[in-house]
Design a protein around this ligand. Structure first.
Ligand SMILES: [Zn+2]
Length: 170
């Protein structure tokens, strides 16, 4: 099942919110396995089910946290329930937009509620690259793309720029 194509970022499905996972039967574990496989083949560190054409709220990540500990996990119905006041901007990529890195502002740390593939509810607090990856993939489940976040920042920076007095001409 490794020939599952990754949808390009301008595919209409990529801008639609995905549906909640309600059945924790064999299908969801199979889907997660396939997502890990597609992510690994593509050399990525995160993937949302919608990126392989399945609009369900399921994401996989393989990312270190701020302490360097690797987290390889699948999260169903992930949602951010708490977040830091601070944001950081880092370079981010997306498997649906190969060879384009963008600087995207993200919360420094977040608390995420989610359901394991077993159907068990859980929460986790993420810092560092893991927090960034989770925010990126959770955005995919809401139909939000990483350049949407950049555009928002550019707009606020532009507003700040134009609010400043015009420097005198030399
Ligand atoms: Zn992405």
């Amino acid at each position: 099942m490794t020939d599952a194509p990754i949808l390009p970022i301008d595919h209409p499905l990529m801008s639609e919110p995905s549906d909640p996972v309600t059945d924790f039967d064999g299908f969801i574990a199979e889907l997660a396995d396939e997502m890990f496989e597609v992510m690994d083949m593509a050399g990525g560190q995160g993937l949302a089910a919608v990126q392989i054409g399945v609009p369900l709220r399921l994401i996989v990540v393989d990312m270190p946290d701020a302490m360097g500990e690797q987290h390889r996990m699948a999260l169903a119905n992930p949602r951010i329930i708490a977040r830091s006041d601070t944001m950081e901007t880092r370079e981010e990529g997306c498997l649906s937009l190969p060879d384009h890195e963008l600087e995207v502002p993200r919360y420094t740390h977040i608390e995420v509620a989610f359901t394991h593939l077993t159907g068990e509810d859980d929460t986790l607090i993420a810092h560092g690259p893991l927090a960034v990856a989770l925010q990126h993939e959770i955005d995919h489940t809401d139909g939000i793309l990483f350049f949407d976040r950049v555009a928002r920042l550019r707009r606020s920076r532009a507003a700040g720029y134009f609010a400043k007095p015009i420097p005198p001409q030399e």
